[in-house]
Design a protein around this ligand. Structure first.
Ligand SMILES: NC(=O)c1ccc[n+]([C@@H]2O[C@H](COP(=O)([O-])OP(=O)(O)OC[C@H]3O[C@@H](n4cnc5c(N)ncnc54)[C@H](OP(=O)(O)O)[C@@H]3O)[C@@H](O)[C@H]2O)c1
Length: 330
């Protein structure tokens, strides 16, 4: 049962200095992504790469960050780089990954923040449900493309690269249990792509469930001395994510948000806690706010375990058609 009033969040500990660090953040053009970018630069990150679908919007965020008085005073030489990254399109994800590998010698921290929650099934050029591809497959493709490069960077620096993925508590309640069970013989991704399987208010949570299942499958295959991979949920945060809702629902959500939602700054602290403060003990774990949580009841169930296994096999097969699989995927 979710507490209606969310506990207060403490700021990040003092003394974090990201001098020399290169960080990539997806969806840096609004909401928590923009706030995390600001916080990273205030913590003196040397280079922050804003991976955004709308480059003009990203450039205008970069300009406003360069004018931030704190950043101007404390991190005047920071490199703020905007790169196109549209998760609706696999080719864009792959072009972004190639550009990163070609232009940036090492990435120390990768924050997978971009995400959406649509109330109807829309299709990407690949034919996938858009909410699922943006939240799940395109993130997996980015990880697949970058894993050897992140590992190589960790070997050069002697400390693990970090991947922190913004998930959601909404993954704990899934339509796979009752409203839209995955039939035996049906693939998980096939299910997500079927019109009749789309449950509007649960699609977002289901797509985030896929993300959590993937993390639980991949993390044990990674060496945490090379890559620490975790996922976190920042709780309800006051961003524009609900702008996709129809007006009548937006009005209700806006009232709930006014009472309950955390300010975007606190959301930023929670995301950065997982990437900067949480240690190797967080590898392969889901953090609710800043606390490591147990796997959800569904994920622990026999059905959940079967879904996790199927999803891993299907996802690896799809990635294998798109790119060269890293050793950890085989
Ligand atoms: N807000 C909450 O209460 C809450 C709670 C739990 C988890 N989350 C998660 O937190 C993350 C950030 O969300 P937010 O609340 O900050 O929402 P937001 O303000 O709507 O930000 C979402 C970001 O994702 C980007 N994006 C959307 N579609 C994209 C695509 N196809 N390719 C690349 N980027 C794309 C957006 O780009 P544009 O700027 O171009 O629109 C935006 O920068 C999401 O993963 C969300 O699921 C949010």
């Amino acid at each position: 049962m979710v507490n209606f009033i969310q506990p207060k969040v403490d700021p990040l500990p003092t003394g974090i200095d990201l001098t020399g660090k290169i960080v990539v953040i997806t969806g840096a053009s609004s909401g928590m992504g923009l706030e995390v970018t600001r916080q990273l630069l205030r913590l003196r990150a040397s280079t922050v790469i804003l991976a955004v679908r709308n480059v003009a919007k990203g450039e205008s965020c970069a300009t406003s960050l360069r004018h931030d008085p704190h950043i101007k005073d404390h991190n005047p030489k920071a490199v703020i780089k905007v790169m196109e990254f549209d998760m609706d399109r696999y080719d864009s994800v792959q072009q972004f990954a190639k550009r990163l590998r070609d232009e940036i010698p090492i990435v120390h921290i990768l924050i997978l923040n971009a995400g959406i929650g649509l109330l109807k099934l829309e299709r990407t050029p690949n034919g996938h449900d858009r909410t699922t591809q943006v939240n799940y497959q395109s993130n997996v493709l980015l990880i697949t493309e970058l894993l050897p490069y992140l590992v190589a960077g960790a070997e050069k620096t002697g400390s693990p690269a970090r991947i922190s993925w913004v998930g959601s508590r909404a993954h704990e309640v899934t339509s796979f249990e009752k409203k839209s069970p995955i039939e035996s013989g049906e693939g998980v991704i096939e299910h997500m792509d079927k019109d009749e399987a789309f449950v509007p208010f649960q699609r977002y949570g289901d797509s985030k469930l896929l993300c959590a299942l993937f993390m639980y499958s991949l993390a044990p295959r990674l060496d945490p001395k090379k890559v620490v991979f975790n996922m976190m949920c920042p709780g309800m945060v006051n961003t524009n994510m609900s702008d996709v809702l129809p007006l009548h629902l937006r009005m209700i959500v806006n009232i709930v948000k006014a009472i309950r939602a955390r300010p975007v700054e606190a959301g930023g602290w929670i995301i950065l806690n997982s990437a900067l403060v949480a240690g190797p003990e967080s590898h392969g774990k889901f953090l609710m706010d800043k606390t490591i949580a147990d796997k959800s009841a569904f994920i622990q169930s026999a059905k959940g375990q079967e879904t996790q296994k199927k999803l891993w096999e299907e996802t690896v097969a799809e990635m294998n058609l798109l790119t060269t699989l890293p050793a950890e995927f085989k």
